[in-house]
Design a protein around this ligand. Structure first.
Ligand code: ZN
Ligand code: ZN
Length: 457
């Protein structure tokens, strides 16, 4: 087996990995880099001649794993793309939304290479998607197969977002496991990953939280209690609460957490405002509630929480109302998104509250805001004047990624002969490289250079 990292930069970007198994070419994921505009946001496919990919396997529908799929399949037209049914349902929404965003950016930012693909190319691309279930072994034509002479793959629940999987690839007695993005712990909705516990020769592993030590005494349950207490304080003071969230994953986890708080009597029926993309994705979460691994399969989020939908047009004039929660995307408060526009109205008001519940890239508007202190002028969008920070800001940690200790323990359980570290910033990769080197004698640890070929077997 040979491995090539096709992302353009080290870090969390346009995740796409080329795996060659005795002349059979497989792409693992086909993401786009949310921090880069234009063609630079897509994977660099030059190491491989067009039309030579035999299969594409998608682990989940976050943009950094599927955002370039229509670009990749344009030059791989007869290539099947394997994913779970839930990932396919979400991917359709995410990719069509990307077209809309790119069309807008073409006008607003003058990016003439946009859109990189159209609604029609998303529909064409979707024709080659093949839905695959968990814990079933398939060959690369999508048929069930136990034949070890064929290259086969098998999906394992990754516990990250709806539909997310890790993938086990097997051929002639050798096996490789790619974690995708993984969470071993239960979240409010998603149940923890169930990955293979042995028999893996080569491991490709995400390292997102390698640079984040777990605070002493931290538990998710404790964090939920702290969050509930803070929400209650906001509501009893008559204030409103803005929470930047990703439309996919974090929105649904947050709504489920608020539902649990309501069941426990900690909050009443509060008006909750969310954006249109979050509604579409929550609809998919509800439709797969009974058929995918998750807690509270009885919960139909939209029916129970009945959120109000705030459109892109309404956000331009909307003023924060009292005793309301605004759970708006994007999670990183990217310019021109609902959370960015709304937060500019909230920031300077001491009666307002802004809570962060997940990861923000340090260079994103949310990342910059999190570093600011009370009274500092904050620039959330360069096209508008800075706003002084006077509202209450709180940070909570409800990550959809495993902490580094759990990932390290997983590696120690598997003890693969080679491990490839991906999907992390340099300090995160460095931590894993050192931690695993100390504990795993005889395991080769690879931090792959971009575009370089590594022989795994
Ligand atoms: Zn993800
Ligand atoms: Zn990711």
């Amino acid at each position: 087996m040979e491995f090539v990292n096709l992302t353009r930069h080290t870090g969390i970007g346009s995740n796409c990995y080329w795996l060659s198994v005795r002349g059979t070419n497989i792409f693992l994921d086909a993401g786009s880099d949310p921090k880069v505009d234009g063609i630079g946001s897509t994977p660099d496919l030059r190491p491989l001649p067009p039309g030579t990919v035999d299969a594409i396997i998608i682990t989940h529908a976050h943009q950094d794993h599927i955002g370039s799929l229509p670009v990749v399949t344009r030059q791989e037209q007869r290539c099947p793309v394997f994913m779970t049914p839930a990932t396919a349902a979400i991917a359709t929404i995410m990719l069509h939304n990307s077209v809309n965003v790119m069309m807008r950016q073409r006008e607003e930012l003058g990016l003439m290479e946009y859109p990189l693909y159209t609604h029609r190319s998303v529909d064409l691309c979707a024709q080659s998607w093949v839905h695959c279930g968990l814990r079933q072994r398939y060959n690369l034509t999508g048929e069930r197969s136990e034949n070890d002479d064929e290259v086969t793959f098998e999906f394992y629940n990754a516990g990250h977002i709806l539909g997310s999987v890790g993938v086990l690839i097997r051929h002639k007695g050798k096996s490789l496991f790619y974690t995708g993005d993984v969470n071993f712990e239960n979240q409010t909705l998603m149940t923890g990953a169930e990955f293979p516990e042995g028999g893996v020769d080569y491991l490709i592993m995400e390292t997102t939280r390698g640079d984040s030590p777990v605070p002493v005494g931290f538990t998710r349950a404790g964090e939920e209690e702290r969050f509930a207490k803070a929400v209650k304080e906001v509501i009893s003071s008559g204030g409103s609460l803005t929470i930047p969230v990703f439309a996919l994953g974090k929105s649904q986890e947050l709504l489920a957490m608020l539902w649990k708080m309501r069941l426990r009597g900690e909050i009443g029926h509060l008006p909750i405002y969310i954006g249109g993309l979050s509604v579409k994705i929550t609809t998919v979460y509800d439709s797969f509630a009974a058929t995918t691994p998750r807690s509270h399969p009885e919960l139909q989020i939209l029916h129970e929480m009945a959120p109000y939908v705030l459109s892109g047009r309404e956000i331009m004039t909307a003023q924060p109302r009292k005793k309301c929660i605004y759970a708006l995307s994007s999670g990183m408060m990217t310019e021109h998104t609902l959370s960015n526009i709304f937060a500019r109205r909230v920031l300077a008001d001491p009666a307002q509250n802004l809570f962060f519940v997940g990861y923000s890239d340090p260079d994103s508007p949310a990342g910059k805001l999190r570093k600011a202190r009370q009274g500092d002028d904050v620039v959330l969008d360069k096209e508008f004047p800075p706003v002084p920070l006077r509202c209450r800001v709180e940070e909570f940690s409800f990550s959809a990624h495993s902490n580094r200790d759990m990932l390290r323990n997983y590696v120690l359980l598997l003890r693969p002969s080679k491990i490839v570290l991906v999907h992390g910033d340099r300090p995160a990769l460095d931590w894993f490289q050192l931690a695993l080197f100390k504990e795993l004698e005889g395991t080769e640890i690879i931090v792959p250079d971009i575009g370089a070929k590594y022989s795994l077997s």
